[in-house]
Design a protein around this ligand. Structure first.
Ligand code: SAH
Ligand code: SF4
Ligand code: F3S
Length: 461
């Protein structure tokens, strides 16, 4: 029996309102969903994990590949059924909002395709969510996707301590948003707008609040996080390296990470930060997309394969235990077997600890979609399989090298078995440990004993 059957109209007309939030896409969407939840909390909404129970359903969407975007419509279809069933049974009304990158890219087209949607709100306007919902409650269908000059972060309420802690001992913090690079395959410059860095003082104060609430690890986020720049406390212009130095001074903050970087913005001060800042974890996600100069050029990545390989060497020189991670696209228009083999060769030279790889998905409005020589789907699928086989081998080899090492482990959540806890290694691997005496949030010393493809096992030492 669903909760729906148990509800009576009296029970639901009270002040307490429930929002069901589903997040698609990247970590920035996770951060945004949290900010939207904080904004809604001020309006009396608490989060529910049960759609049946929701007064408001909020889908925070991703437009990066076709599959991600289409998934939103199948979800909306299901939500529509839930809503109709509930209304037919005399239950409460349900409002439906689509936020995020599909909202920005498709705007009012979403209202046309999906009559159940009441509100479409883009990533740069979600500070207007409470106001937009008010208009929805007056019976309007609202589209809120204009880019404004407003600093949305200034307008968003701060999260409560309890709320922050309930989200865990690790947290995301968006420091930079948007992109001016216009890779020819990518929708992000259109959905997130142009590159903006948040001011250093705003970020330091948000980081301090996170730590005061019990957060021990912060991952700085940006579509081009290493392009972050701003005026520092000393009046000089800072880059991400300097910001990391400053954040590392926060007492109680034990670990820092950042993602996603662009090879063009990896400056010396950031590279040195990997040598000098103990709290900065030895992990770097630096997408390259392809190992072929011809394809890199037509993707508008603005660097060569050699420049990337040399850069990776320079970073490893200052921090030899660094785990490297990357993103790859196979089957970009014009990619030949030879181009693809150049990518495999680059992977063999760099040796990744972790990676994400995708078949090229033509996106409306991007230059790549109009290029000639699209690669047939079956060839894309075959290349992806070969690429992933190689990357999986490298990932396992990296994990196997970790066996026998003693590491600090930040415990993040409970494991499947009683007494088991799961944490992250400095290299971002999941590590399972029997640690009855420890608690989530502790950093404990462990010895890695076993490597499986997606996790490690360890013993307390
Ligand atoms: N800002 C980051 C990436 C953002 S998108 C960067 O510059 O690297 C995350 C990843 O999705 C990209 O690195 C790319 O590998 C993949 N991606 C983006 N657009 C894509 C498309 N049209 N088809 C397939 N994969 C894509
Ligand atoms: Fe997209 Fe390229 Fe910008 Fe990354 S750098 S967000 S891949 S346009
Ligand atoms: Fe997707 Fe937008 Fe992130 S398109 S990957 S949710 S920036």
């Amino acid at each position: 029996m669903s909760t729906l059957d148990k509800q009576t109209p009296q029970q639901t007309s009270g002040k307490e309102k429930k929002v069901f939030i589903k997040t698609f896409g990247c970590q920035m969407n996770v951060y945004d969903s949290e900010r939207m939840s904080d904004a809604l909390a001020k309006d009396g909404y608490s989060e529910t994990t049960n759609v049946d129970d929701a007064d408001l359903v909020l889908l925070n969407t991703c437009h990066i590949r076709e599959k991600a975007a289409e998934k939103v419509y199948s979800d909306l279809g299901r939500i529509n059924k839930t809503k109709e069933k509930r209304l037919a049974a005399g239950g409460k009304d349900m409002k439906v909002a689509v936020a995020g990158c599909v909202a920005q890219a498709e705007g009012k087209e979403i209202l046309r395709r999906s009559p159940v949607v009441d509100l479409v709100i883009g990533p740069q306007t979600y500070h207007q969510l409470p106001n937009a919902l008010e208009r929805v409650h007056q019976g309007k269908r609202v589209v809120e996707t204009e880019f404004t000059e407003d600093d949305k972060f200034e307008h968003l309420p701060k999260a409560e301590k309890k709320q922050i802690r309930s989200r865990g001992v690790t947290a995301f913090l968006t420091v930079q948003e948007g992109c001016d690079k216009f890779c020819t395959f990518c929708v992000v410059p259109y959905t997130r707008g142009s590159e903006v860095s948040r001011p250093a003082n705003q970020l330091i104060s948000e980081a301090e609040s996170l730590v005061a609430a019990g957060v021990r690890e912060i991952t700085l986020l940006g579509q081009n996080v290493n392009a972050w720049h701003g005026e520092g406390g000393d009046g000089r212009e800072w880059g991400l390296g300097e910001l990391l130095h400053e954040l590392a001074k926060i007492e109680g903050l034990d670990r820092l990470r950042y993602t996603t970087s662009h090879p063009r913005d990896m400056d010396q001060s950031l590279i040195n930060a990997h040598r000098d800042i103990e709290k900065l974890m030895p992990y770097l996600h630096l997408p390259v997309q392809s190992g072929s100069d011809k394809i890199l050029k037509s993707m508008n990545r603005r660097h060569t394969r050699d420049e990337y390989i040399k850069l990776m060497k320079r970073i490893r020189d200052v921090r030899p235990d660094l785990a490297l991670s990357g993103d790859f696209i196979v089957g970009f228009p014009g990619e030949t077997e030879e181009d693809f083999e150049d990518t495999l060769d680059l992977i063999r030279q760099v040796e990744y600890a972790q990676a994400y790889s995708f078949k090229y998905s033509p996106r409306p409005g991007t230059p790549g979609a109009d290029f000639d020589n699209h690669v047939p789907e079956d060839i894309k699928a075959d290349r992806l399989k070969r690429l992933q086989t190689l990357l999986a081998e490298q990932q396992l080899a990296f994990s196997q090298q970790c066996v026998g090492k003693d590491i600090d482990l930040l415990l993040e959540k409970k494991g499947k078995r009683e007494g088991q806890l799961i944490g992250r290694s400095p290299w971002l691997q999941s590590v399972i440990v029997d640690a009855k005496e420890s608690q989530i949030g502790d950093i404990i010393k462990v010895r890695i004993t076993r490597a499986a493809p997606n996790s490690l096992e360890a013993d307390i030492i």
